[in-house]
Design a protein around this ligand. Sequence first.
Ligand SMILES: O=C(O)CCC(=O)C(=O)O
Ligand SMILES: [Fe+2]
Length: 370
Amino acid sequence: MAAAVTTTSSDRMEQLKEFDESKMGVKGLSDSGISTIPSIFLHPPETLSDLKSSTTSCGTGIPVVDLSNLHSDFHRPKIVEQIREAASSWGFFQVVNHGVPVSVLDETIAAIKAFHEQPGEEKAKYYKRDQEGHGVMYSSNNDLYRSQAACWHDSLQLWMSPQPPKAEDIPEVCRRQVVEWDVHAKKVADTVMELLSLGLGLEAGKFKELTFSDARAVVGIIYPPCPQPDLTMGITSHTDPGIITVLLQNQVPGLQVKHGDAWVDVKPLPGGLIINMGDFLQIVSNGEYRSVQHRVLANASNEHRISIVTFFNLTKWRELGTYGPLPELLSPDKPALYRDFTLQQFYDNFYSKGLDSKSLIERIKITTCS
Ligand SMILES: O=C(O)CCC(=O)C(=O)O
Ligand SMILES: [Fe+2]
């Protein structure tokens, strides 16, 4: 830890650049057999002391919703209610029997792992930074130069919509699987958004009308084994900015969700998919659905943790270029909790991750003096 205290900011900048320019990623560091992590990965004591505190493991952690009887008139309202309750109280749930074949889940995880396990020179061709909204980007720590401390993961980010990448721009080792996964993840998200719409008392197709899935990124993350998992993080605590996120993970644990004052472990459920609400959904639902803090611990096991995270957001902005709580959800009893926000504010928040942790939600919350 002494290194972190004595490192000057210019030394730190040099080290960040050296790591970035090596394009070796965290996977490269992990493979090199180091027994101590470079100081750029050391997190401040406030972050580290919170790692041990109030972690609870209860059952699978977050609610599990079985979608197998979705088309039965008897079961559907119960499923709508389970999802509404989970999205309001936890902001996270796991779906099972969602219709995506287990073979597709397994192949997608294997393909992302295979990408990250390629020789460094092969991956380096895709290594870049600060390319947002389109294309394919392999990188380590998207916010490397903005965050307080680097995290123990690398990622391959592919924007699948509104402008899908050319097939030849997707790394061949995972090309077919990523394209196939995107179709399945979108289908699951369509179903979940219909149920979430019904849960708000809206038409099932409301979020589709808002083009909720038209800006879409698939991010394949690797969390390599870390020699000092108590000194760093896999990903620091954050909320996701968009509408919803669909998360597929392998069986190596690490994801934690904040529930009340506790950090709750999310147990990977074989065949399950994790769904979480983003800031945008919290705002347009006028706080009915919650975008909840989550984080990933640095990987203490000796196997890679793999997650494939698909972020959903809309492309269609209302004529005025602003959004806010949906008018149909407001009444004298339920006044707007948030002010309207602009596309610019949304993107400023989206890309400021690491700069400051204040979310868009905090910025536009209406405070009442009583
Ligand atoms: O890898 C995970 O399990 C979570 C990743 C995550 O929260 C994110 O990329 O926003
Ligand atoms: Fe996240």
